[in-house]
Design a protein around this ligand. Sequence first.
Ligand SMILES: Cc1cc2nc3c(=O)[nH]c(=O)nc-3n(C[C@H](O)[C@H](O)[C@H](O)COP(=O)(O)OP(=O)(O)OC[C@H]3O[C@@H](n4cnc5c(N)ncnc54)[C@H](O)[C@@H]3O)c2cc1C
Length: 313
Amino acid sequence: MNEERVIEKAFVGLSRKMSGRVFRDVSLAKRVTFRVGGPASILATADTISDLRLLFQIVERYRIPYFVLGKGSNILVSDKGFKGIAIELGPNFKKISVDGRYIQTGAAAALSTLSQVAWKNSLKGFAFAVGIPGSLGGALVMNAGAHGGCMANIVNTVTVYTPNCELRVLNKTELGFGYRTSSLLSYGIIVEAMTRLEPGDPDRIRFLMERYFRRRKEVQPFEYPTAGSIFKNVSGISSGKVIDEVGCKGLTIGGAQVSSKHGNFIVNLGNAKAQDIYSLIGEVRRRVYGRKRILLEPEIIILGEFEDEQRNS
Ligand SMILES: Cc1cc2nc3c(=O)[nH]c(=O)nc-3n(C[C@H](O)[C@H](O)[C@H](O)COP(=O)(O)OP(=O)(O)OC[C@H]3O[C@@H](n4cnc5c(N)ncnc54)[C@H](O)[C@@H]3O)c2cc1C
C-alpha cells in the first residue's frame, strides 16, 4: 500500500470512532509558537484513554508515525510537514486537583496555570515555570526549567499510556531526567503527573513569580514568534553569551533572525520558512564551532525533513 493510501485508511479508521476530532492535512504553523511548518497528514484530538487506545491500534496496524503536540513551544516543524498522526490532548487532560502538598495534573494543562495554582495553594517550588509557555506533558519531556528550578525537582510520579495500551505509573527514578531532557518519550504518551511541593509563604511566592516574569520581559524578544532557547547551555556556559561573542546577533537567513535582544533566541520576522530557521541554526553552530570550538546542541525538537546546506562564513 502506498503512503497516501495508508494515511487515508488510518484516517477512516480513526474517524469512525473519533468523529469531529480527526482532520486531514492540518497546518501545524498555527499550532506552534514559531508559526512555521507544513501540515500533519492527520491531526487527532484525544480526550479519553479509549481514544489513545484507538490511536495506538491504528499506529500499530498501519505502521504510521505519530507524535504528541503539546503547546508547540519547543518544536520546529518542517515546511513539508509531518507524514503521520499529530495527537493533541483534549480538555479532559487538563484537569488539576490539589491534595495537600500534591498536585495531580493532566498532561495538557498549561504550565503557567499550574504555577498559579501552586501559588494560590501556598505551595512553593513552581514559581520558576511562570512564563514558560508549554503544557505539563511538554515540560516533562523537556525537563523544562528556569531560574534554578526545573520539573525534575518537583515531580513525584508520571502516568504514561504505553504503545501496548497500558497505563503505567512511573516514579522519578525511571524518568531519566537530565538538563533539558528526559527518557519519557520512550515510554509513550504522558497523560498526567503528580508534583510534590513544599508549603511556602504566598507573598514570597508571588514576589518571585513577578520578578521572574519581569526578567523574561526584559531579556526575551516577546514581539516575534519564537520557540524559546534554541541551544542548550554548554557545561554551564550560556549559549546566548557565546553566540553574542561570535557576532551572530542579528544574523538573518530569509525571514529568520538571531534575536538582537537575546542571542539564544531565533525569531520569525513574519515571513520565515521552517527551512530558514533550520539553516540559521546550522549557520550559528558552524560559526560558534569555528571561532570557539564549542559544539552547540539544539534544545528544540526538530520534526520532519530539512535540507542541510554548507555555507561559508
Ligand atoms: C518565549 C518562550 C520562552 C521559553 N522559556 C523556556 C524556559 O525558560 N525554560 C524552558 O525549559 N523552556 C522554555 N521554553 C520552551 C518550551 O516552552 C518548553 O520546553 C515547554 O515545556 C514545551 O512544552 P510544549 O507543551 O510546548 O511542548 P511541545 O513543544 O509541544 O513538545 C515538546 C516535546 O514534548 C513532546 N510532548 C508534548 N506533550 C507530550 C505528551 N503529553 N506526551 C508525550 N510527549 C509529549 C512532543 O512530542 C515534543 O517531543 C520557552 C519557549 C518560548 C516560546
